[in-house]
Design a protein around this ligand. Structure first.
Ligand SMILES: [Zn+2]
Ligand SMILES: [Zn+2]
Length: 333
């Protein structure tokens, strides 16, 4: 990883917004590109800028821009859909056929840069108590909000979140915001489980040390209603099928490093488990921002580390090696 000098980006379309970046969160997908150079079939061609969880200050706007003005602090939605294809027209612009997404190879460079240009549709002004940290966190948090929206979660249900990185934590915060209290968390890092406990998890367990299914079943004899798989691990997927009650729902949010999930067909079928995969999020950035602005969701335990832009590599290495109880690492400009 290196820092390169490149020309400052310029506005090319009337609804373009130029942003001076303030904060960029490091995401698991950035780490996949950093350590593996690819996610599935999406391969990086170097040089390539990563980063898609960004917030900054508007420094220039095109003549048609209405939503933001120069000087505004904004959150950036990294998705730039075409707004014209069948997916976009049916409200599924997160699966747009012509999607351009920040830091996606072949689509767009990432936002770990001093300046970027985005369409105004991707810019969300930060109001009230919201600062650029909230703006940056709104990206993973929106995925949590969307995942919960796609689930059948309701008050009184027993919920599992398997994998408690920033996405698992986002799901937890969104679940709690719905008034759901019976939440069971697993992760291989004890420091993360400690955070989960302070956020109100009923039980946390570490699959490296315990049989998590047995542990949960001791408390919930009938099993769980919904499990969110948030780590992309086959064993977590299997544990979810195991601990779900008949009619239960598995929400798969995690991005695995392998190409095929496998599942116990008999158990999944007999229990009539429904499985819902999650592709990022749609229309949930503003919801996530509002939930933070009203205090319904607090993110103070999410950001555990910060590095100045010059030391970005240090931040990436820390996250890649899961060192020092890291949850979300922020790069500051
Ligand atoms: Zn992300
Ligand atoms: Zn489209």
């Amino acid at each position: 990883m290196e820092i390169k000098n490149i020309p400052e980006p310029v506005l090319t379309k009337p609804n373009d917004v130029k942003i001076k970046m303030s904060a960029v969160g490091i995401c698991g997908s950035d780490i996949h590109y950093y350590t593996q150079g690819q996610i599935g079939s999406q391969k990086v061609k170097y040089p390539f800028a990563v980063g898609h969880e960004g917030a900054g200050i508007v420094v220039e706007v095109g003549p048609n821009v209405k939503r933001v003005k120069i000087g505004d602090a904004i959150a950036i939605d990294p998705a730039m859909p075409c707004w014209k294809c069948d997916q976009c027209l049916s409200g599924r612009h997160h699966t747009c056929r012509e999607m351009k997404f920040l830091a996606c190879p072949g689509q767009a460079e990432g936002c770990l840069m001093e300046y970027i240009v985005m369409p105004e549709d991707s810019c969300f002004p930060l109001s009230g108590i919201l600062n650029t940290d909230h703006g940056s966190i709104s990206e993973p948090l929106a995925i949590g909000v969307y995942s919960v929206k796609k689930s059948r979660c309701a008050k009184g249900m027993k919920i599992g979140i398997f994998g408690y990185g920033p996405i698992g934590m986002s799901v937890m915060l969104a679940t709690k915001a719905q008034g759901i209290d019976n939440i069971y968390i697993t992760d291989k890092i004890d420091a993360r489980l400690a955070i989960a406990l302070t956020e109100g998890a009923i039980l946390t367990s570490n699959p490296l040390k315990e049989n998590v299914v047995d542990q949960i079943r001791q408390k919930e004899f009938l099993g769980l209603d919904v499990v969110f798989e948030c780590c992309g691990q086959q064993e977590a997927f299997d544990q979810a099928i195991d601990i779900l009650k008949p009619g239960g729902q598995l929400i798969v949010v995690g991005i695995p490093e392998f190409d095929y999930w496998s599942m116990n067909v008999e158990e999944t079928r007999r229990k009539e488990i429904s499985i819902q995969f999650i592709r990022r999020q749609v229309d949930c950035v503003e919801k996530a921002l509002t939930m933070m602005n009203t205090g319904l969701i607090k993110i103070d335990k999410m950001i555990t580390h910060r590095f100045p832009f010059e030391n970005t590599k240090e931040g990436f290495d820390l996250v890649a090696d899961y060192k020092d109880g890291v949850m979300k690492t922020m790069i500051d400009f």
